[in-house]
Ligand binder design. Structure first.
Ligand code: ADE
Length: 227
């Protein structure tokens, strides 16, 4: 998969050198391009924002640098998906991550300030698949943290990125439920015991207990996820 990111903070994405995603890049499973939006300005101050038409607080990102940056990335690209993180977008879920993990090229456009001039979305919606995506009902200062969260969630679903694909199956949200509690050695710690069923060797009983724990936890913490 190819991932391009347009941002005014390119060094923010230096952390994609490390951990599982860093290894995936070294292995050639993920190719990353980070683009500085300010490289597509042509004034002395490298201006990317201006005051909103119609008045109001805050600044809006100007369309021209976005147009130049995205044209360069889209030129010759094969059917990419443009993802703009935005608190006004559709909510990102595990299902969204799965959909995007099946794509061959994702382009993330990180907005700052009060957002990006609407005409940028309108322009590219006519030329590519454009999605405005929110990572939750709260407001961040910009799209960078949201992009990182999405890339991590998407990246680990790409075959070869996570060592043991079995571990992807048993996680929270994959089956619509929250994950059951996990335990490792020692069997006793500070007076807390591991549930005896997990030491029983009875795989059927263990599976049933885990399922029951998942359902009970989901009902308690996230009843909205239950049918
Ligand atoms: N930018 C600001 N807030 C955001 C959010 N909740 N999700 C995605 N992008 C954002």
């Amino acid at each position: 998969m190819r991932i391009d990111i347009v941002t005014i903070f390119p060094t923010f994405f230096d952390v994609l050198d490390i951990s599982l995603l860093g290894k995936a890049r070294q292995a050639g499973i993920i190719t990353l391009g980070v683009h500085d939006l300010r490289d597509h300005t042509h004034d002395r101050h490298r201006t990317v924002d201006d005051t909103p038409y119609g008045g109001g607080a805050g600044m809006v990102m100007k369309p021209e640098p976005w147009g130049e940056a995205l044209d360069g990335i889209l030129d010759g690209a094969d059917d990419p998906v443009l993802v703009f993180p935005s608190p006004a977008g559709e909510v990102f879920t595990q299902a969204t991550a799965r959909e995007l993990a099946a794509e061959s090229h994702l382009v993330f456009g990180c907005g700052r300030y009060e957002g990006i001039d609407q005409r940028v979305f309108d322009e590219y919606a006519g030329r590519a698949r454009v999605r405005l995506v929110s990572i939750g009902d709260y407001v961040l200062n910009g799209g960078e943290v949201a992009t990182m969260a999405m890339i991590e969630a998407i990246g680990r679903l790409i075959p070869g990125v996570v060592g043991n694909p079995e571990s992807l199956v048993q996680e929270s949200h994959e089956d619509g439920l929250l994950e059951y509690p996990s335990y490792t050695k020692p069997a006793q710690w500070r007076g807390h015991e591991v549930p005896p069923v997990l030491l029983s060797g009875n795989h059927g009983a263990i599976e049933a207990w885990r399922r029951e724990q998942s359902v009970a936890r989901t009902a308690r913490v996230r009843p909205d996820l239950l049918p």
